[in-house]
Design a binder for this molecule. Structure first.
Ligand SMILES: [Zn+2]
Ligand SMILES: [Zn+2]
Length: 230
């Protein structure tokens, strides 16, 4: 899902977990922001595999003169790739037609939702029953307010089509997080307006107040997370 890293870095990270990029079946795209598609055109060209992308998002990508196999879908559509069933769902974010995904295979459900201004009822519905969840925990509100961004950017990040704060992630944990989930991964942390330990503390408190001892993992930008096996 997504291809924000360079082709080289994507291949390097796959190799580091013993995966051969040539064995990938498809690439799925959430939205056209550069941190999600910067390596897409080259990756799609090199691997020559289909790119699943929303109908409205596809024209926003610079394919660098190459014409990859596009599988255009309507945001909200259900997809299937091999034995993986996939649901796409609309997320509130300042992109053309942004989506999140959940993946189901062999009785395991994995939900991913980053780049969302807030958690809508539809997102809640789609993430229900996830055994593994990657949720955005983008910024600490106080750090954002005193941080280096211009005011207009701060407003954008905080808006209903911006990014989910640590506080927003905690609210989700308090109200909606599934008791049966094996692990919660916090991701898409801002380098300038957050700190992994602040995000962790905020989410841990929320889990504790629910009496949950769910494993909490903080995804870092510079290194891959562990591999989750079920
Ligand atoms: Zn984005
Ligand atoms: Zn992003």
């Amino acid at each position: 899902m997504d291809a924000g890293l360079s082709l080289r870095e994507t291949c390097r990270r796959l190799a580091s977990i013993g995966e051969d990029p040539a064995r990938l079946d498809a690439i799925l795209i959430t939205h056209e922001h550069s941190d999600h598609v910067a390596g897409l055109a080259r990756l799609a060209k090199k691997l020559d595999i289909p790119v699943y992308i929303s109908r409205l998002t596809a024209p926003a990508i610079d394919w660098l003169g190459h014409s990859p196999k596009l599988e255009r879908f309507q945001a909200g559509a259900a997809l299937a790739i091999g034995d993986i069933e996939i649901d796409s769902f609309t997320i509130p974010h300042d992109a053309i037609d942004p989506v999140g995904f959940c993946f189901r295979a062999q009785g395991v459900k994995f939900g991913l939702a980053t780049d969302l201004g807030y958690v809508t009822d539809s997102i809640r519905f789609h993430l229900r029953g996830a055994h593994l969840l990657l949720l955005e925990s983008n910024h600490d509100l106080d750090m954002l307010k005193v941080g280096p961004y211009p005011w207009s950017v701060k407003q954008r990040v905080m808006s209903r089509v911006g990014h989910l704060s640590n506080e927003g992630a905690s609210d989700f944990i308090l109200q909606d997080f599934e008791r049966g989930a094996v692990a919660l991964i916090l991701g898409h942390l801002s380098e300038h307006n957050n700190h992994p330990e602040i995000a962790r503390t905020s989410a841990s408190r929320a889990l504790e107040s629910r009496g949950l001892d769910t494993r909490l993992v903080i995804a870092q930008q510079k290194q891959p997370t562990e591999v989750f096996e079920f």
